[in-house]
Design a protein around this ligand. Sequence first.
Ligand code: AP5
Ligand code: MG
Length: 185
Amino acid sequence: MPFVLVILGRQGSGKGTQAALLAERYGVIHVSTGDMLRAAVAAGTELGLRAKAVMDAGDLVGDDIMIGIVDERLSGDDIQAHGVLLDGFPRTTAQADALAETLEGSGPDLAINLDVPIAEVTQRMLARGRGDDTTEAIDRRLALYEAETAPLLEWFEGRECLAVVNGLGTEEEVFARLTKVIDGL
Ligand code: AP5
Ligand code: MG
């Protein structure tokens, strides 16, 4: 099995920003399910057509679809050779269970929760202004995070692979905290 690192955290906590830096530092492949879905929307594929309305509303794309997409991506030669940094997956217990099955029963090598309070992530998303960064969709995404994704922290804790990193501060400060945890492995 390749090296598997998961980055968790509220919407707007900086997962994508930090994942790009970490992938460069450690030579692992950055897989963002949000980026994959946005690429599908831009390309007008069947998946993109189905996902667009769901994403615009801030809802979650179905587990079956997401598990299928990620499973296929994880089998790629680049990931088998270099390892993977998962950003935006898993987001539900069903997705986490499916990932464990793909990893032959084990959890990832490390899951990092990038911890940023709701008020700060809301400001960051409103300042970013992506298509799904409307007030309504942000509220919906953050509510779904608490209901569906936050329980995963316990899931990872139970597999003794969870680390919590403070995501407040400059990008450089957060990056330094993350590399300290990863280098400690
Ligand atoms: P996704 O693309 O994953 O969006 P998200 O969860 O809303 O998270 P973001 O990408 O908005 O936040 P981020 O943590 O990456 O922060 P970023 O680095 O951009 O998913 C989009 C949609 O796709 C979902 O709503 C869902 O519909 C669907 N989807 C995806 N995966 C799915 C799955 N597994 N199952 C079901 N559905 C799925 O940073 C945010 C902003 O803050 C940026 O402007 C950045 O420049 C800024 N920033 C970053 N770091 C700092 C800092 N230290 N200080 C100040 N500002 C900072
Ligand atoms: Mg992102």
